[in-house]
Design a protein around this ligand. Sequence first.
Ligand code: ADE
Length: 316
Amino acid sequence: MDPTQPFNEYEFPLDSNWEIPREQLDLGSTLGEGAFGRVVMAEADGKLLGPSDTNERIVAVKMVKEEHTDADMASLVREMEVMKLIGKHKNIINMLGCCTQNGPLWVIVEYAPHGNLKDFLREHRPRGQQRRSESDGYLDDKASQQHFGEKELTGFAYQIARGMEYLASRRCIHRDLAARNILVGDGYVMKIADFGLARDIQDTEYYRKNTNGRLPIKWMAPESLQEKFYDSQSDVWSYGVLLWEIMTYGDQPYPQIMSAEELYSYLITGQRMDKPNQCSINIYIVMRQCWHFDACARPTFTELVDNLEGILKQAS
Ligand code: ADE
């Protein structure tokens, strides 16, 4: 070990296709913190050197937390490698590069200035629809200038379907598609986040409440709940719940349901969420198709893209 160099816990092979000089980045505030890691905003001094063709100066840096385990580190490395393999699409959070040498592992991704879609929708609820105090602790009262009506909301859903169509074509299963995992970029471009995250679906913690006290099970297809089976068609089920979240400006799905068992018996008896008030029948039909118990009867993401494109054309 070179005593002049800072102690490094891990060593990574240099991938010159992706490496960015660490000195170029000035780390700022924390954007998010999960069970596995942390995302920090950073500013690049000038155009980012390295692989990306981006002109963006503000980026997001994914890293492990100080108190990480080897498994957390392995998960971040895997996520980075998945992002490299998947390639670029407008409707996903793209990887811009990484810093792997002489210091902690940093995975550099696009920064989305408007934050996650769930909070974004709640902040942009039409006046009169802003719930005063909800038990889930969201503040809905931020002044919002921009109005998003059904046409704009359908456009958001369309963009997410495009991103998912691309991920499915790259054989990527998301496993946690929900408004909280969509980030809103410049020009209100929808970007799917965390698609490279390895989710330990054998871990029973996964079926418990997340850090905000919400149950991720409410986005899960019946076959995922019952048999822990995931594929692109189970992502389509989750997409239907996400579509419902969009059309309700970020409501909490199935507010009365408290457990996986309760949810499964609700679904197997054919019950589904009602049509949201501000939602046209066309969009509700799409939602209901995503919620076919039989996964083969659900539309594919390509069919969803075509469907939503048709609905958007009718609306203009
Ligand atoms: N929070 C987590 N990741 C983010 C990103 N890439 N941009 C903005 N906020 C984030």
